[in-house]
Design a protein around this ligand. Structure first.
Ligand SMILES: CC(C)(COP(=O)(O)OP(=O)(O)OC[C@H]1O[C@@H](n2cnc3c(N)ncnc32)[C@H](O)[C@@H]1OP(=O)(O)O)[C@@H](O)C(=O)NCCC(=O)NCCS
Length: 184
């Protein structure tokens, strides 16, 4: 388990399904994450089981995010597409309940995930894609050190309009420089 100032990252358990299903099919969450189609409880259960397999195979590392003090389940953060030769990966993060957003959890979770990626998986580059209609996420990523490196136009059709994908990344040297300052 990895801890930040506000969150603890841990493996997903099947017991998380009740909390997941309360939020997962809400549009305010899913419109930022990709295709918006309802998922059944069984599909999320299959997904949890897959996170265990992917972790064993070193393909992806998915963590449940809990509140450090109360233990409340908050969401997920994932290092996906881990490529050991290139030492690259991409991240995904979501605080499921909108009432828990903008309280600092997402920033803390991404910081812990970056430390895991650079200090434990020995990654060189961590990237991500985010819709340009999601200023809060872009702000959080910039705050923890990601840089915008490009825009892919009209990658997704969401709610009747095309949105652009902003590509962002951070390299290990940049992260170490920032982290050094943070520790002082
Ligand atoms: C994106 C997400 C993970 C961020 O986590 P969070 O816990 O809400 O974020 P935090 O509370 O740590 O930080 C939010 C920051 O954004 C700022 N913010 C809030 N609304 C904003 C907006 N509309 N525009 C710009 N910044 C905004 C806040 O002021 C805060 O910045 P500050 O700490 O400098 O004041 C979370 O909002 C979420 O899960 N959203 C839905 C799913 C999603 O978008 N996932 C990312 C897909 S790429």
């Amino acid at each position: 388990m990895f801890e930040g100032k506000m969150v603890r990252l841990r493996s997903f358990e099947l017991e998380d399904l009740d909390s997941i299903m309360q939020q997962w099919n809400k549009i305010n969450l899913r419109r930022e994450l990709g295709p918006i189609v309802p998922h059944s409880r069984k599909e999320r259960e299959d997904w949890i089981r897959k996170t265990w397999v992917d972790r064993r195979n070193g393909k992806a590392y998915a963590f449940a995010i809990d509140d450090l003090k109360t233990g409340e389940f908050l969401g997920h953060c994932i290092l996906n597409n881990v490529r050991s030769i290139n030492r690259t990966a991409s991240i995904s993060v979501a605080i499921y309940d909108e009432n828990n957003r903008s309280k600092g959890y997402g920033t803390d979770a991404v910081r812990v995930l970056l430390k895991f990626g650079f200090d434990y998986l020995n990654l060189h580059r961590i990237g991500l894609n985010v819709f340009d209609t999601n200023p809060r996420a872009i702000h959080v990523y910039e705050k923890v050190g990601f840089k915008k490196v490009g825009i892919m136009r009209h990658t997704d059709f969401v709610g009747g309009v095309y949105v652009n994908d902003v590509a962002m990344d951070i390299l290990e040297d940049e992260w170490r420089e920032l982290y050094k300052k943070e520790k002082k």
